[in-house]
Design a protein around this ligand. Structure first.
Ligand SMILES: Cc1ncc(C[n+]2csc(CCOP(=O)(O)OP(=O)(O)O)c2C)c(N)n1
Length: 286
């Protein structure tokens, strides 16, 4: 069923809160992966708040949907999301990536409640997700597995080995989502290691693939439903903007990782407020 306007507005309000929390956490931590957290947060909010079956009081619930943040460096965004969901106290974000903290820059699945797999070393998440999806189908379980990859991460050959295996083993309840922000750590993806024709590559590996605006809740929700309905290994390429919502970082690969002081944080919060109002107006006018 398509998202209602009220549902989309609620998701945007949630994403807005989390965008602000990502900025705050970057200040508390001293630095962080701002750009790639802001590009993927809308998709993560949609999955967790609209699609996924989870139980925050029972993190090992066998029937829960699985989520793997393969681009584990966006842990600062993921930690904000998990804290909002109640997996950890929001207060703990103040110790994100500080010495001795259980909240490292890449979230550790053995330490952080709600994290299905430790990631951070790029190129591994999709294989882990595939294993979880295959385990589910062998045990006749109905849970789904979602995996968010970075586009720069797709320079890793292991991603394509996983894609081959997803297709070979027909992992139908696994949805691969790629945060296509066209930027990686040290430059635009197409300059560093060209990925285009990206969607065709995923199709050639046997996955049903769609390209969708990764900041449009309506479009993403419809694409996810279509992927679910097809009962076929699927991939969504989410066209996004690195640093989305923060003017000084938006679309700039140099904000892959960085430090922000109080004055820059104020600028970021102001720009997020404007962005949020623009998005709400666009939704209401649609
Ligand atoms: C195996 C491995 N090599 C290198 C790195 C360092 N690294 C961290 S993020 C990153 C760039 C990733 O780009 P992308 O996947 O596009 O991330 P996004 O723009 O979505 O944040 C790199 C090379 C790493 N974490 N793991």
């Amino acid at each position: 069923m398509p998202l209602s306007l009220d549902q989309a507005i609620a998701l945007e309000k949630k994403a807005n809160e989390l965008r602000h929390l990502i900025v705050d956490t970057t200040v508390w931590a001293g630095s962080g992966h701002l750009g790639g957290s802001l590009s993927m947060i809308d998709a993560a909010v949609l999955l967790y708040y609209h699609f996924m079956k989870i139980d925050r009081t029972n993190t090992d619930w066998p029937e829960r949907d699985r989520f793997i943040l393969s681009k584990g460096h966006a842990g600062i965004g993921y930690a904000a999301l998990l804290s909002d969901l109640g997996f950890l106290p929001k207060e703990d974000l103040k110790q994100f990536n500080l010495t001795g903290s259980y909240l490292g820059i890449h979230l550790d699945g053995n330490k952080v409640p709600g994290v299905d797999a430790s990631t951070g070393s790029l190129g591994h998440g999709l294989s882990i997700a595939l294993g979880m999806a295959l385990a589910g189908s062998q045990q006749q379980k109905t849970y789904r597995t979602y995996c968010i990859l970075g586009d720069g991460e797709c320079n890793e050959g292991s991603v394509w080995e996983a894609a081959m295996a997803i297709s070979q083993f027909q992992a139908n309840r696994l949805l691969t989502l790629v945060d296509r922000n066209f930027a990686m750590i040290d430059g635009p993806t197409e300059d560093v290691m060209g990925l285009e024709p990206f969607a065709d590559k995923w199709r050639a590996f046997g996955l049903y693939t769609e390209e969708v605006d990764g900041h449009d809740f309506f479009a993403m929700a419809e694409a996810i439903e279509r992927a679910h309905d097809r009962e076929q290994p699927s991939c969504l390429i989410l066209n996004t903007i690195k640093g989305a919502g923060v003017d000084f970082a938006s679309g700039d690969y140099r904000w892959h990782y960085g430090a922000i002081d109080e004055s820059l944080a104020n600028e970021a919060h102001h720009s997020l407020d404007v962005y949020h109002q623009q998005r709400l107006s666009a939704m209401k006018g649609a």
